[in-house]
Design a protein around this ligand. Structure first.
Ligand code: MEZ
Length: 534
């Protein structure tokens, strides 16, 4: 193994300083310090990693270059490949994506009595929701309120979020927790049934509700059971490759592709919800990712090609603590809850170089600065990293805390011979979340009528930086709303009659006029390193 003795030697320095570091209260950065730090070290500010779009509704805006390649890529089909007059599926509400937002939407749409169907390119639950660890925010304690939650979220997002979306997020948070609780999510509770809550980066109150450190898996398990128990049809291993419009430019379904046989199918619907999640598997700027295998920005491409605009697609979240070592779990998420429970970030000299609960963009930039300009990172053989002093959790809170509160972390590192109760771990930022996405209104509608979006694919809720636990919250709040609103709309309209895929040629012409020759098939569907089917 790479210089394991050297790493053990360096870890000794962290152990020696633990008692002193545990009592340190590092000061918070000023707003000015944060701005300077972000501009110099956050990946979003590296201008040469972005491309200005030449076609589509966001022409003139910059997005990460890998995303631009797909947004201005080539459709996987042409209009002649399918017969739109012979739909394989007919439904009221078509939901594309089987993660937390898609499942929440399906449950609420089904509740209204409309015909609802989920289509997902992998299986229901193969989603970033499943991978979320640390928790879900809701201001439901006596010392807290949705108004305080609003200030934290809006400020943390650099005051760039759409105010009405943040308001919707925070005011519906307490009822979202109750809804999940009733459905059967096993939240961490005190013996008297009170929910246990902790801090996250940038929160002024303890409002993170969790199921240990596998909160997303617990929530997704519950939502999946509910979808299946209700008998909502789930068409799995089937990707949406184009949105279908009607003669008036309104959404009317989607062309689907069986991931194994590549057979094309037509789903006709009165309303369509895009809930396809994020884009970590595009590995912007060469970063590893904490995202699930299917996070390839598909929904952005589907929406953009039919005219749905994007908001803040140039801002990404690099979770400060991706695993920096060992190689087998490089980039995997080390939940922020580890820092909420008291672990501090420490450099090669054993110095605590920042407050551990600054907002994520600031923390990531600070770690990058430590490993570059300050040259205080630890060489792991895979790159530079800093220490996250996990034994400090037990030093401060007593033995057994790690096993009780973050057992999945303990298991993940334990598999590779690292006991996080006794040894600090090595971390470096990992691509975690797309802050922006399809521009939505508060009813989850996009710029295209009858086309809705919810979950990570939607933009504007978190501004230019999201706080921990507001994503699990957003998939529930906006997923539920999208389901209800798309269902109500479906009840008020007739089945679309004249369906068309004319937008494919129209977009191709726009690309040609802009001088773009790009044969990249989009949406991408699977990462470029996926094993090809025979
Ligand atoms: O909201 C998140 O991204 C989250 C809870 C992540 C984590 O650190 O656990």
């Amino acid at each position: 193994m790479y210089k394991i003795d050297k790493l053990n030697e360096l870890a000794e320095i962290v152990a020696e300083k633990r008692a002193e570091n545990a009592n340190l209260e590092p000061r918070r950065m000023t707003a000015e310090e944060k701005d300077t730090l972000l501009a110099a070290f956050h990946p979003d500010y590296k201008q040469d990693e972005f491309t200005v779009l030449s076609a589509g509704v966001n022409k003139g805006d910059k997005v990460p270059s890998q995303l631009a390649e797909l947004l201005q890529g080539k459709s996987r089909i042409s209009a002649e490949d399918v017969d739109l007059n012979k739909p394989d599926y007919d439904t009221d509400v078509l939901i594309i994506g089987g993660g937390g937002a898609g499942a929440s939407a399906a449950i609420e749409a089904d509740e209204t009595g409309v015909k609802t169907m989920i289509v997902t390119k992998l299986r229901i639950g193969d989603a970033n929701t499943m991978m979320a660890e640390g928790g879900i925010q809701a201001a439901d304690k006596p010392n807290d309120s949705p108004a305080i939650h609003y200030i934290d979220a809006f400020g943390g997002g650099h005051f760039a979020a759409k105010p009405e979306l943040v308001k919707n997020l925070v005011t519906k948070a307490p009822s979202a927790i109750q809804w999940l609780n009733k459905l059967g999510v096993e939240f961490d509770k005190e013996p008297d049934g009170t929910m246990i809550t902790t801090h996250g980066g940038g929160t002024s109150r303890k409002r993170m509700h969790a199921a240990k450190d596998y909160s997303g898996a617990e929530i997704m398990r519950t939502l999946r059971d509910e979808v299946l128990n209700r008998g909502i049809p789930v068409i799995d291993f089937t990707a949406a490759v184009e949105i279908i419009l009607d003669e008036n430019g309104k959404a009317g379904g989607a062309v689907l592709m069986n991931m194994e046989t590549k057979e094309l199918l037509v789903a006709r619907a009165k309303t369509v919800i895009i809930a396809t999640g994020g884009a970590g598997r595009l590995h912007y700027q060469g970063f590893p990712t904490s995202n699930h295998y299917g996070a390839t920005a598909d929904g952005l491409i589907l929406g953009y090609r039919v005219g749905a605009g994007l908001l803040y697609a140039d801002t990404l979240q690099y979770h400060p603590t991706g695993t920096g070592y060992p190689e087998q779990i490089f980039g995997a998420l080390v939940t922020e809850k580890v820092r909420s429970l008291g672990a501090k970030l420490v450099n090669i000299d054993g110095e605590v170089f920042m407050h551990p609960l600054e907002t994520r963009d600031v923390t990531a930039a600070s770690i990058i600065r430590e490993c570059t300009e300050r040259n205080k990172g630890i060489d792991t053989g895979l790159g530079k990293a800093v220490w996250l002093d996990t034994p400090m959790i037990e030093y401060k809170n007593g033995e057994g805390t790690i096993e009780k509160r973050i057992p999945a972390m303990m298991r993940m590192f334990g598999k590779y011979g690292i006991d996080i109760r006794k040894e600090p771990i090595l971390v470096y930022p990992t691509l975690h979340y797309q802050n922006g996405g399809l521009n939505i209104s508060v009813d989850c509608s996009t710029d295209v009528e009858n086309l809705y979006a919810a979950g990570e694919v939607a933009g504007g809720i978190h501004g230019r930086n999201r706080l921990m636990g507001n994503s699990l919250l957003d998939v529930i709040v906006f997923g539920r709303d999208a389901g209800k609103n798309a269902a109500m709309k479906a009840k008020s309209i007739a089945i679309p009659e004249k369906l068309t895929l004319a937008h494919i040629e129209k977009f191709n012409n726009e690309l040609a006029q802009a001088g773009i020759e790009n044969n990249t098939a989009s949406p991408m569907l699977l990462p470029h390193y996926a094993r090809k089917s025979k």
